[in-house]
Design a protein around this ligand. Sequence first.
Ligand code: ADP
Ligand code: ZN
Ligand code: ZN
Length: 726
Amino acid sequence: MSAARSRRVSVQPLLPLPCAYEYLDGGLSLETGAIVEIPLGSRRVLGVVVGPGRCEVAEHRLKPVLDRLDVPPIPAVSLAFADWVAGYTLSPLGVVMKMVVGGRDIVSAAAPVRAWARGGQGSAARLTPARQRVLDHLGPGSMLSGARIRSAAGVSDAVLRGMAQAGLIERVTLPAEREEIASPDPDLEPVVTLDATQVEAADRLVRAVRDRRFSVTVVDGVTGSGKTDVYFEAVAEVLRQGRQVLVLVPEIGLSVPFLDRFAARFGVPPLAWHSELPASQRRIVWRAVADGRARALIGARSALFLPYTDLGLVVVDEEHEPAYKQEDGVRYQGRDMAIVRARLARIPAVLVSATPSLETVANIRRGRFGRVALPARVGGSRLPEVTLLDMRVRGPGRGEWMAPQLLHAVETALESGEQSLLFLNRRGYAPLTLCRRCGWRCSCDHCSAWMVEHRLLDVLQCHHCGTTRPRLTVCPGCGATESLVAIGPGVEQLLAESRIRFPDAVTVIASSDTLSGPGAAREFARSVQAGEVDIIIGTQVVAKGHHFPLLTTVGVIDADLGLSGGDLRAGERTYQMLHQVAGRAGRELRPGRVYLQTFQPENPVMKALAAWDRDGFVAAEAREREAAGMPPFGRLAALIVSSHDAADADGAAAVLARTAPQYTNVRVLGPAPAPLSLLRDRHRRRLLVKADRDVDVQAVLKAWIEPLKFPSRVRVGIDIDPYSFL
Ligand code: ADP
Ligand code: ZN
Ligand code: ZN
C-alpha cells in the first residue's frame, strides 16, 4: 500500500441517520460498497463504504473501521438506487441502505450446511430408478443439501441413507453461501406455441432487451391472453445474455402458479425473495444475487433492493396492484421504484396488466412508455358475459347473501359439472359483532376498528394489529346471553349458506387464512384443476394468476364493497379487482358467466364492468382526476402524525398546520383525525399536501418539516404518492 493513498473512508451506518461518517480504513482494503463494522458511540454497527473520506475531521479524532464482512461489495447502481429512494421518499439513507444489505444475519458468516456429494465407490451397488435420479441431480463434483436432492429427485431420506451405506454418496460440509444454484435454461422447448399476436408482442420485448438501454414497455392484455408466456420470451433473452432478471409480483403468496410455469419453461423454478423467507434462505439468496450465481428471481417489492451484479430486466406483473405500495417504514411504490431502478441501470422494464393503472395509462399517453396489446384470449375463448344483479329489486332472502338469480346460476353450473367462484373480499365469518340488546360493538382495544369473528379459528381478530380474543357468549356491555349477533358476511358465513343451499357440492374457502404457504396453495390449485371442487368461496387471493378450465360461473357477493370510504382510487381499484375476478370465468371452451350483486347498478364502475368497457371507464376516471388536479395529473403527499398520547398528536398536527407553506400551487389540507384514528395504540392525525405536477414536493416538505422540533414521543411519517388514506 502506498503511503500517499488516502486512508479515510466515508461510511453510512445502517441506522436512521441521514449521512455518512468518516473513518480510517484500519489497514483493510475497502472499496466503495464494502460492508463494514464500525464503532459508533459505544456500539458496534454495520455500515456501507460510500466513498473516500472528505477530510472534514482531524485525523487523530477518527476511529478505524473494525472489520470488513466477507461478502461482495454493494454495486454502484444499488448504492445510487438507495440514494434515489431515500431522496424521493424523504427517508434517512441509512434505513434504505439497510434494505439493500438486509441486516447482520444476512451478511455475517453462516454456519456450514451438511450436504451430499458422490461417493468414491459403489459401482457394484444396485442402481434403482430412485438412486439413478439422485445421481442425475448430483453430478460429479457437485454438492447439494439433502433437502434440495429430496425435492429435485423426489426421493425420501431413506434412499439417501441407503446410498450412503452403499458408498454411492457421502457426507460433506460446505459453507452455506456455496450451495449450488441451478441455472434456468432459456433454450428449452417452450411449453406453448405462441400465436401471431403473441409472437409480435414477444418480439417487441426481446428487442427491448437486446437494445440494452432504458425503456418501459407495457404488456396490456386481456385476462387469459397469455401475457406470462409472452414476457417469458424476454426473460429467455436476458438469460441468454447471461444477465439477471427480476420478476416482481404484488404478493408473493400468489406466486405458486408462477413458480410452476417458470419451472416448466426454464427447467428450474426461479429463486424467491420476500419478507417471510427464513433467514437461512435469505442469506443463500442474497449471496447468490450478490455474486451473480442467481439468474432469475421472483420477488415482492423488497427484491428491488437486492445487490444484483448484472440486472438486465425488471418485469412488474400486475403492475396496477395497490399491494406494490409499502405502507410503513420507507413508504415507496414498488412499481415506480422498479422503473427508477431500470433507469439507473439503463435496462428495460416491462409492466404487465389486464387493467393498467391510471398512472401507467397517462405515461403511455405522454409517450414515455411503449405498449404492446394482446386484445384476445388464447384459443379464441370469449370474455364472459357480465350481469348486474340489482339488490334493491330482487335481493337475497332474510339472513342470506345470495340473490335468486345467482343461486340459479350456481345450480346450473353444478348440473353441467362446471365450477363456480363466489367472490367476497372479506376474511372470517363476520366483520362486526353487535349486541341486539344494548348496542355494544366488539372493537379492538388498540385500534379504531371492529374485531372480525373467525369461527374456523374460534377467535375474534383485529385485521389491523392482529390482536385476538376468545369468541364471546355474554355481552360485555349488558351481561345478556344470546344477544350477540354477527353483522355482515365474511367468507365463512357464505360457506355456511352455500352448504345449506348446495348440500351435495364440494365447497372450499380460498383465503389467506386457508392458503398460507406454498404447499396449501399448490394443493388448492391442483384440486380445482382436477375437478375435485365444485364451489370456491374466495377472497382476493383467487382473483388472479389462476387458470381453471372448468370454472364458468363467477358471483361477486358485494360488488360495492370497495367503493365506500371515498378514497382517491376506490373506483379504479374496484374496477380492476372485479375485472380480474370476472376474468377467471370461462377461460377455455365453456363460456363464462359473471354476476355482480350491487345496490348501485347505475354507478359508472358497475356499468363499465357490465359492458367490458375498460377504456371508457379509465377515460372518464382520468377526466375527473385531471379536473380535480389529482394524481396522476397532480401530486399528493400525506403527513401522518402519531403518538401514544392524543394531546401530543394534536399538538404536533397543529404546529404543522400553523407552519404550512404558502404557495399558490401547493395546498395543505387538514389536520384531521385519520379514519383509523387509533392504530396499535397510537393516536393518528393526517395532513394532505396537494400540489401541481411540476412542484418539487420533496423540497417543499423538507423546507417545512426539517426545522420543526417535535417531542420524541411524536412520529411524523411522510407518505409521498399515498395509496392508503386510512
Ligand atoms: P393472462 O396472464 O394473460 O391472464 P396466462 O398467461 O395465465 O394469461 O395464460 C392463460 C393460459 O393459456 C396459460 O395456461 C398459458 O400457458 C396458456 N397459453 C398462453 N399462450 C398460449 C398459446 N399460444 N397456445 C396455447 N396455450 C397458451
Ligand atoms: Zn387492532
Ligand atoms: Zn349488550
